[in-house]
Design a protein around this ligand. Sequence first.
Ligand SMILES: Cc1ncc(COP(=O)(O)O)c(C=O)c1O
Length: 366
Amino acid sequence: MPNTQPVPQPGILQIDAYVPGESSVAGDLKPIKLSSNETPLGPSPKAVAAYRAAADSLALYPDGGANELRKTIAGHYGLDPERIICGSGSDELINLLAHAYIGPGEEAIYSEHGFLMYKIATLGSGGKPIAVPEKNYRADVDAILAAVRPNTKVVFLANPNNPTGTYLPHDEVRRLHRGLPAQVLLLLDAAYSEYVRRNDYEAGLELVATTPNTVMTRTFSKIYGLAALRLGWAYCPAAVADVLNRVRGPFNVSAPALAAGQAAILDRAHIDTAVAHNEKWLPWVAAELERLGLQVTPSVGNFLLIHFPAAPARSAGAADEFLKGRGIILRRVAAYGLPGALRMTIGSEDDNRRVVAALRQFMGQS
Ligand SMILES: Cc1ncc(COP(=O)(O)O)c(C=O)c1O
């Protein structure tokens, strides 16, 4: 019997569509939105000015090769511009890599509480997502290596990971790479790398520079404050860059995004301010929440995973409702296998103080 309607490819209907962080609450309250790991400082004013200037040329297609932006990124990090590929957010690059390298029935590995897009991109390619257990909310290199099979095509690793905030030191990432067969692509997703202040951390540039099967992705959505524009980039081996150039749309990044991204990366002072803000408030919020008796997973990103008690009145779901009633939006992370936790983005000083005060009340301590 012929199908009575168009049928999508295998895997597509297994995808639970990504649910973004909420952005509004009931009533007239102006919400405090700490649900998507955006920066409370906003973008560099220079990026905003470049974005506005781009309004004069909206009739023209953007530079399809993102040449100026790639040159600027290359100059900033000391990279080969030919091996940089820009995308409409790093999500697009993750998807393109999955579509290019994972075929029907082939496997891609990610860690248990890893970023959700890895599963979505794998299923979207007809592949089989393999979630590997973590240890203490951290990716487990031995478990990942034990899950590799002859038909494994990609290992996805967010470092630091969202939503746990944990990271793997460079030695561990190197050990992971050493254990992978040469045909497996290791995708290091370094969306939060600018926030990390650890001597043993490396975002992935070194491995990409020295190995033929590692790709690093980066984003302008987090510390650069340009989430609305959708801009990310990947640093790749030459052969992978060639593949991405074949499969990406010819004008996959808009002209305002290219202009703003270039100005943003050159404004080091703005990034330094954002790092300093996070360095001050991340430990402050963590300590205050622990004082309330909540468990907080140690984070090196701009967000915290907060674990709530099992008692229904003190649970993550109850906390979420309580906070929303006060105009505060954190992120439920049940879809990440963490039904007992909420993720909180580090906000402005005022936001952070208000969340802590509200949770103090929720925990019955005010
Ligand atoms: C680990 C990780 N990778 C990638 C992304 C996607 O970023 P982009 O806005 O560049 O698509 C996010 C966004 O939340 C993320 O947390």
